[in-house]
Design a binder for this molecule. Structure first.
Ligand SMILES: CC(C)(COP(=O)(O)OP(=O)(O)OC[C@H]1O[C@@H](n2cnc3c(N)ncnc32)[C@H](O)[C@@H]1OP(=O)(O)O)[C@@H](O)C(=O)NCCC(=O)NCCS
Length: 202
């Protein structure tokens, strides 16, 4: 059996975790881990998100400060972040995992009768640039993402902060890709959210 990956392994050799993919248009796109020199590109991606995308996928800010914070966090905490690059090498997606569950997650899932296991479960949050949404790209990325988190020993994925109950597209995206709705809750901002989970195939 291969030893489990660590965040330090990914940070040391990001190229080993890069995956070329093809959009339906034939354009080659590229999934790879976030690297320390991505600050400027990531800031451009965040700044370009529309108000609606910012409502559906929330960051501390949408500028260089958050971009630098995310780059500084590489391999320092519990987060694995990957980016999607278009043919011109601009960042057009940010795919985030946390390998640390919150007390709130653990309590909610226990209430649903679906207890979480901090050793095998992780949290996932995807954000695509507006012009890249609704084109099947989010779905295209998932097998490569599941392969990477599987190598961290993770076999179940839940949604990071749930999904807003009025985010019909994301709910459809998760369901068509094998996530199951397990319950609902109201978040700290008073918004209705759904909790969803997927069990990854061996
Ligand atoms: C959520 C997200 C990652 C999904 O990726 P994507 O590439 O857009 O998803 P896909 O194109 O693979 O699938 C979207 C599905 O939703 C459907 N859809 C689109 N708008 C919809 C709506 N308003 N209601 C219901 N379904 C909708 C699409 O038709 C498609 O389903 P289909 O393949 O059966 O036709 C991406 O849209 C995104 O980044 N959105 C903004 C941020 C966000 O919501 N993040 C998730 C936070 S939990």
């Amino acid at each position: 059996m291969r030893p489990l990956l660590t965040l330090a392994d990914v940070a040391r050799n990001p190229v080993d975790f890069a995956t070329p993919l093809w959009a339906a248009t034939g354009e080659q796109i590229f999934l790879r881990p976030l690297i320390p020199s991505d600050g400027e590109k990531l800031a451009r991606f965040l700044a370009g998100l529309s108000p609606e995308s910012r409502r559906l996928s929330t960051f501390a800010s949408y500028d260089r400060a958050t971009a630098d914070e995310l780059c500084d966090a590489i391999a320092r905490y519990d987060k694995l972040r990957l980016v999607l690059l278009d043919g011109g090498q601009s960042i057009v997606g940010l795919l985030e995992f946390s390998f640390d569950l919150t007390g709130g997650d653990i309590a909610r899932y226990a209430n649903y009768g679906e207890p979480l296991n901090p050793a095998t479960d992780c949290r996932f949050g995807p954000t695509l640039a507006d012009s890249w949404q609704n084109r099947g790209i989010g779905s295209l990325l998932l097998p490569a993402l599941w392969e990477i988190v599987g190598r961290f020993g993770r076999s179940r994925v839940i949604l990071w902060g749930g999904v807003l109950a009025d985010n019909g597209r994301a709910i459809r995206y998760y369901e068509k890709n094998g996530f199951r709705r397990v319950g609902g809750f109201v978040n700290g901002d008073g918004q209705e959210c759904c909790d969803m989970i997927i069990v990854l195939e061996e």
